[in-house]
Ligand binder design. Structure first.
Ligand SMILES: [Zn+2]
Length: 109
C-alpha cells in the first residue's frame, strides 16, 4: 500500500469507546481519537483512526505536557487538549499516512 497525502483532516474527539471503535470499522471517523486515563507514570494511550480513511486504529503512548522518556518505545508529547490537540513529534501510520497533528488538524507532510 502506498502512503497517501490527504487534505487537512479534523481531529474529532469521540470519548465513547463503542462510538469511537465501531466494531465493524464501518463508521469510524478518519482522524478521530480518544484518550485513556493516565497510568501511574502519567502515560496515556491516545487512540486514533488513521487519517487516510482506511478505518484502522492505532495507539500512541503520550504524556500530557511531557514526552515520556523511560518507556522503551516511541512516545509523544500531547498538549492535553481534547478540542484542538497537538502531538509532537509527527505521527507515522506506516504504509498509510505520515504527518502532524497540530491544533486539532492532521496535516500530511
Ligand atoms: Zn490508513
Amino acid at each position: 500500500m502506498t502512503e497517501v497525502r490527504t487534505p487537512q483532516v479534523t481531529a474529532q474527539h469521540i470519548p465513547e469507546k463503542s462510538e469511537f471503535q465501531d466494531d465493524f470499522g464501518i463508521g469510524r471517523v478518519p482522524g478521530s481519537f480518544r484518550v485513556n486515563d493516565p497510568d501511574s507514570d502519567g502515560e496515556q494511550t491516545f487512540w486514533y483512526v488513521c487519517p487516510c480513511g482506511c478505518g484502522s486504529l492505532a495507539p500512541l503512548t503520550v504524556g500530557n505536557g511531557f514526552k515520556p522518556t523511560n518507556a522503551g518505545y516511541a512516545t509523544w508529547q500531547w498538549d492535553g487538549s481534547l478540542d484542538r490537540p497537538t502531538l509532537h513529534p509527527s505521527v507515522h501510520h506506516v504504509g498509510h499516512w505520515h504527518g502532524w497533528l497540530r491544533n486539532g488538524v492532521w496535516e500530511s507532510c
